[in-house]
Design a protein around this ligand. Structure first.
Ligand SMILES: Nc1nc2c(ncn2[C@@H]2O[C@H](COP(=O)(O)OP(=O)(O)OP(=O)(O)O)[C@@H](O)[C@H]2O)c(=O)[nH]1
Ligand SMILES: [Mg+2]
Length: 234
């Protein structure tokens, strides 16, 4: 059995080494980590490269330029799925908003579900350190997405998820042409449409303390139209 934690990075030099160390302290030996870096100008890729000696289950996938979270994940999925031995992938941010302490709970539920969502909006979950506008945007965005798509989860945009690769393989990812939170919504929607069994586990999402925020107007705008486009298209 093999599982791969995929971590997309853009300028995460301040976070990535500590995160990698924490992850490998926590997870079983069959869990690997692949960092997908978009040629970060701060040298995140070089930092990861330098850690590979100490952590043989760490790999680095370099992309040429920044094209958004969605593109980075799509390329990473393609690469990971080439290895037929990988049974699960985990999507995780590099900035400690998704804390490694939740990984083992996620992994422990893998036999009974196809998608395990680290959820900020079920009982016991939450966000810490966000300004009011981001809390409203995220909470409202999730409600909006749920009402349109009728997905059986409350955290549609959360990016901390475990996915069974056999189910991921059954999804036609070539239809996805969005990038930010919209990418995560669409991915979950496609999995839902393909009959994936979902469960949510509560997580506390802490705002990043190191590195710079990458949220943009484009990402928010894209999220407004995405649920409608998704249900029409799929
Ligand atoms: N490879 C790649 N990674 C990205 C890109 N944009 C964001 N990321 C990474 O994706 C993860 C989530 O992005 P974040 O910027 O943390 O998104 P967020 O949590 O909504 O917002 P902030 O934490 O406020 O920036 C982080 O690990 C980022 O480094 C990108 O264009 N390419
Ligand atoms: Mg973040």
């Amino acid at each position: 059995m093999k599982s791969v934690i995929i971590i997309p990075t853009f300028n995460e030099k301040e976070n990535i080494s500590q995160l990698v160390v924490e992850i490998f302290k926590t997870v079983p030996v069959w869990v690997h980590v692949m960092v997908v870096d978009d040629n970060s100008p701060d040298g995140t890729g070089k930092v990861v490269e330098s850690l590979k000696g100490a952590f043989p289950r760490l790999s680095l996938f370099c992309r040429k330029r920044k094209e958004g979270l969605g593109k980075a994940y799509l390329d990473a999925f393609k690469k990971v799925l080439e290895d037929k031995g990988v049974e699960f992938v985990i999507m995780m941010d590099a900035d400690f908003s998704h804390h490694p302490r939740y990984l083992n709970e996620m992994l422990s539920k893998r036999d009974d579900y196809d998608v395990i969502v680290g959820s900020r909006y079920i009982h016991g979950g939450g966000t810490e350190g966000w300004e009011l506008w981001r809390r409203v945007l995220s909470w409202g965005g999730n409600l909006y997405c749920r009402m349109i798509t009728r997905m059986p989860i409350v955290d549609c945009t959360g990016g901390f998820n475990l996915i069974r690769t056999s189910v991921l393989r059954s999804v036609d990812l070539s239809v996805v042409d969005v990038s930010g939170y919209a990418f995560i919504m669409e991915l979950k929607y496609l999995l839902f449409k393909n009959g994936a069994r979902f469960i949510e586990i509560p997580i506390i999402f802490k705002n990043r303390t190191g590195g710079e925020s990458k949220i943009s107007n484009h990402i928010v705008r894209e999220g407004i139209f995405a649920p409608w486009k998704m249900i029409i298209k799929n």
